[in-house]
Every structure is written in structure tokens, then in C-alpha cells.
Design a protein around this ligand. Structure first.
Ligand code: FAD
Length: 498
């Protein structure tokens, strides 16, 4: 763990605290500690801050390396001063789910839950590629967002209830058309999601913890609804197609999605870490410096010697943290590959919706995709169209050329036009994209290794921006306590949302 600790001669203190890693967790920890009056140095191995929240610029396009989705309901994210300086671009309410050749919109569940005072039936028929409406009114009833369910939709709800009864299900399955089945599945999904809007996180955390996949089966939702709609949506939100993630994390994630939807930062993901870094005292962040070993009082770097200090925080990703802190358990990871295409404009590429493809296994490797230039026009030069797509699971480990080729037919069927003619701008593969969170998952892993040596990052809480931020608050609290300084970051006040 430490070569510097045993060299005898103490290096001149560089700062009170040296933080290794200038991602979201490291930068936010630096903010907490400098606000408390400590001198902090952040060492970042890359030439820029941001870690997994990085954006490349290419020919007028802004390409997120991780294409991650943020939830404006995350309390730790929204309380960041940098967040109020950030312009966020929301996706159209909810998401579009494509299954059985149809495209379904999961509507604005927060509004509809308020309107009905209970599980809501919301959503509007949506247009398929080139403006075709794939749906017929009779598939849905009147399901405009925020409306009280009318007799037809109440009928659909009753049908959904009836279908959860095994005998009724057996009797009806044969008679149901694909369209009816899809509509009923949709009602079930909306109901399940809308129930999350008002439920307090504590109630979700009190539920028995299983894998998300087991929990879906155990909660009485018919396997057809689970397979066609819930599973693909949850896989996209968790970057976990097998749904091995803890059901508690899955519940909290669905709650956030149902309450506030999803957004991306205007200008690219890197905007948030750049704002955080700009808010730190000048000279706090030093890029292009890789730490090779750490101790309670020093950090040894690859090319810049040893830096002395009173405490060290390892704020790298989980794999690097396990390398620097032997004994720290490295989790498994969900690999992700992101593809960015310069597209030809179609009606579908003008829609700021998240498209989740429940037919992914049959049609191509993409789990979900969105027209990034429609969600955030600054992602492409005027007149250009950017489509961003995500591959999850084992498929993400296929060569980029294979993924790109296999995605073209799927993109054509999702967006219309001829995706064969689109050009691939960039592909980013990260085998350590998202630390796995199988059940039982400890939502608050220890951040204090010993007095003077600490660890933070998404792998200490939940594998998300929110998790990285919560870990930053917790680690800052521990450091201040060990330094005998007052900390306003009482851990009891920590938000429980994922
Ligand atoms: C493809 C992909 C998709 C994702 N999707 C989502 C999503 O939809 N929603 C969501 O909330 N989250 C998502 N995430 C996860 C999210 O990006 C992370 O949870 C978050 O960015 C973690 O921040 P962090 O500061 O903990 O770690 P990181 O961002 O990994 O920061 C660690 C930093 O440490 C630096 N470093 C490493 N080793 C050293 C060293 N030896 N010396 C100096 N510096 C070092 C790295 O360069 C890096 O800058 C996704 C991630 C990926 C990759």
C-alpha cells in the first residue's frame, strides 16, 4: 500500500489532502474539503478532468465517451452548486419502447400519478420512423398524459388485473391479438412505474432484496410484460441486460425515472466536471499525473516524484482503487460500448426521445439509442444530426466493426431513412463502465480505510453519478472528523435515492 510511508524521510507536504482521481467523486470531494478550509491537491492521470464523464469534440460534434443518462431527481446531484450552473436537456417525457413491431410511449408518470391519485394510465400513441403512427387508437384508449383514465382505459386496467390471474390468463391468451397484448403489457408497465412516483425510498429499501430479475418474477407481473417491456427498460437504466443488479437499486432507479425522467447536460457530459473543477481554488487540480502508490501521508507518482500530505483519498474507478489499495475488493463490471453516428435527418431523428429497443436480440445489438442532436442541439453543428447508441452485456465486447455493421439495419428500422449511409464518428468501449451491484448490495460501503487513508467513487455507493457524489460527501465527512474539524455533512442526512 505504501512505499512512501516507510522511506524514513517525510516529503514536504504538498497539501493537507491529496486526492487521486479527478472524476466526479474526486472533484466533488475537493470542493467539500476546500470549503472546509483545507488545502487540497487533485491528481488526475488523464490530460483532462471528468473520468467517465468525458466528451470529445470532432468536426462540430460533441461525443460523450460514456453516453450516460442523468436523473434530475437525484438529490445529491441537484444540490451541487455546479448543477444550478448547468443547463440540462431533458428527454421527451418517459421513453419510447419498441416491441412487437410497435412503438409505445411511457408517458409523464409524475403528472399522471398526481392526476389520478393512484397508479396511472398515461402516454400517447407515438410516431414510428418517417412519422408513421404504429398505433391504433383502439390499442390504447384515451391515454393522454395527466388525464383521468376513462372507461376504456379503466377497462384496460381491469383487463390487466384479470390477466394476472392465472386462470383468466390461460383463457384469454389464445384469443389475444398481438396489439391487445401489447396494450395490456403497456398498461401494466405504466401502473408499475407510476406506483414508484410517490413511494418513499425507505419503503423500497425495506423490501426483500433479490436480483432485479428475480424480483420482477416474484412481484406477480406476467412474464410476457416483464420480457417485452420492463426488462429492456430496466436493462437500459442499469446497463445490466441480465438484471443481476440488486432489486433495491433497481427500485430506486425506477423511482427516479418515474418521478423526473432523464436528462443530459447541454454541451456534453464533461460540462459538469469542468464546472466543478473551475469552482476549485486555482492550482488545485493537476492533470497528467498518475499515482502509482499511496500511503497515509504521501502519494508517489509515475513521473512527478512523491507528494507529502496529511491524508490521501483514492477517488479512481474501482479497478484502479483495488490496485492502489490492496485488500480492497474489486467488484465485477458491466461492459458498455457507445456508438456515435452522423445520421441523415428523418422525422424520428428530430424527436428528443430515448428509444429502448425491446427487440434488440432479434434486430441488432443496440439496447437503446437517441438522437443526441435533437435532445441537445449543441451536440452537432447546424444542419448535422447525431445519433448515439448503446450496446450492453457480452455483445459490448464484440469488435467495433462487427457492432457497427450489425447495428445498421436496427438503426434503419428505428429511425427510418437509410442508416447504411450514416458514418460512424466514434465508438467507445469500456470493460469497466459500470461496477456490478448484485444482491445483497451495500449502498454505503466504507470509505475510510484507516485514519489518513480513504477511498471514494461510485463503487462505494451506487454505480452512478449520484453514487459517486454521495461517496464524495461521505468521505469528506470522515476526513473532517479525523482532522477534528466540524463537518456539516452528517451522514444521517444522506439521501437514500440511488
Ligand atoms: C459507458 C458508460 C455508461 C454509463 N452510464 C451511466 C448512466 O446512464 N447513468 C449514470 O449515473 N452513470 C453511468 N455511468 C457511470 C458513471 O459514469 C460513473 O458512476 C461516474 O462517472 C463515476 O465517477 P467517479 O468519479 O467515481 O469515477 P471516474 O469517473 O472513473 O473517475 C476516476 C478518475 O480517476 C482517474 N485515475 C484513475 N487512476 C488514476 C491514477 N492512478 N492516478 C491519477 N488518476 C487516476 C481517472 O482518469 C478518472 O478521471 C456510465 C459509465 C460508463 C463508462
Amino acid at each position: 500500500m505504501s512505499s512512501a510511508a516507510h522511506t524514513g524521510r517525510q516529503p514536504e507536504p504538498e497539501a493537507d489532502v491529496v486526492i487521486v482521481g479527478g472524476g466526479l467523486a474526486g472533484l466533488t470531494t475537493a470542493r467539500h474539503l476546500t470549503e472546509a478550509g483545507l488545502r487540497v491537491t487533485v491528481l488526475e492521470a488523464a490530460e483532462r478532468v471528468g473520468g467517465r464523464m468525458s466528451t470529445d469534440r470532432l468536426d462540430g460534434f460533441r461525443l460523450d465517451r460514456s453516453a450516460q443518462l442523468l436523473c434530475p431527481d437525484w438529490p445529491e446531484l441537484t444540490r451541487l452548486p455546479a448543477f444550478s450552473a448547468l443547463t440540462t436537456r431533458p428527454f421527451a417525457p418517459g421513453a419510447l419502447l419498441r416491441t412487437d413491431g410497435r412503438t409505445y410511449r411511457i408517458g409523464d408518470l409524475r403528472r399522471s400519478a398526481r392526476g389520478t391519485g393512484r397508479a396511472a394510465l398515461t402516454g400517447r400513441p407515438d410516431r414510428g420512423p418517417e412519422g408513421r403512427s404504429d398505433r391504433r387508437p383502439e390499442d390504447y384508449g384515451d391515454q393522454r398524459a395527466g388525464r383521468r383514465p376513462d372507461r376504456r382505459t379503466r377497462g384496460a386496467l381491469n383487463t390487466a388485473r384479470a390477466l394476472t390471474n392465472a386462470r383468466s390468463r390461460a383463457a384469454m391468451t389464445g384469443a389475444m391479438t398481438g396489439a391487445m397484448a401489447g396494450a395490456v403489457d403497456l398498461v401494466r408497465l405504466r401502473n408499475a412505474l407510476a406506483r414508484f412516483v410517490t413511494v418513499p425510498p425507505e419503503r423500497l429499501l425495506a423490501r426483500t432484496e433479490l436480483s432485479a430479475s428475480q424480483a420482477l418474477s416474484a412481484r406477480g407481473l406476467p412474464s410476457r410484460s416483464v420480457d417485452t417491456l420492463v426488462r429492456p427498460l430496466l436493462a437500459a437504466l442499469l446497463s445490466d441486460p441480465e438484471l443481476t443488479t440488486s432489486s433495491r437499486v433497481a427500485d430506486l432507479t425506477l423511482r427516479g425515472f418515474a418521478r423526473a425522467g432523464l436528462c443530459v447536460p447541454a454541451g456534453g457530459l464533461s460540462t459538469l466536471p469542468e464546472l466543478l473543477a473551475a469552482g476549485l481554488p486555482h492550482g488545485t487540480v493537476r492533470t497528467g499525473i498518475r499515482a502509482v502508490s499511496v500511503a497515509t501521508n504521501a502519494v508517489t507518482t509515475e513521473d512527478h516524484g512523491t507528494l507529502g500530505c496529511r491524508a490521501v483519498i483514492v477517488a479512481t474507478g474501482a479497478a484502479e482503487a483495488a490496485g492502489l489499495l490492496p485488500g480492497l475488493r474489486a467488484p465485477g463490471f458491466h461492459p458498455v460500448t457507445v456508438l456515435h453516428h452522423a445520421a441523415r435527418e428523418t422525422e424520428a431523428t428530430r424527436s428528443p426521445s430515448l428509444l429502448v429497443d425491446a427487440e434488440a436480440e432479434r434486430e441488432g445489438p443496440l439496447s437503446h439509442t437517441w438522437a443526441a442532436s435533437a435532445v441537445d442541439p449543441s451536440r452537432a453543428a447546424p444542419g448535422e444530426t447525431l445519433v448515439t447508441s448503446v450496446v450492453l452485456g457480452q455483445a459490448a465486447c464484440d469488435p467495433v466493426s462487427v457492432l457497427d455493421k450489425a447495428s445498421r439495419a436496427q438503426l434503419t428500422s428505428l429511425y427510418g431513412g437509410q442508416a447504411e449511409r450514416w458514418s460512424l464518428l466514434a465508438a467507445y468501449h469500456d470493460p469497466h463502465a459500470v461496477p456490478a451491484m448484485p444482491a445483497p448490495h451495500d449502498l454505503r460501503r466504507p470509505v475510510r480505510v484507516l485514519s489518513g487513508l480513504y477511498v471514494c467513487g461510485d463503487h462505494r455507493d451506487t454505480s452512478s453519478a449520484q453514487g459517486a457524489l454521495v461517496s464524495a460527501r461521505r468521505v469528506a465527512h470522515e476526513v473532517l472528523r479525523d482532522f477534528g474539524l466540524p463537518s456539516e455533512m452528517a451522514t444521517t442526512a444522506l439521501p437514500t435515492a440511488a
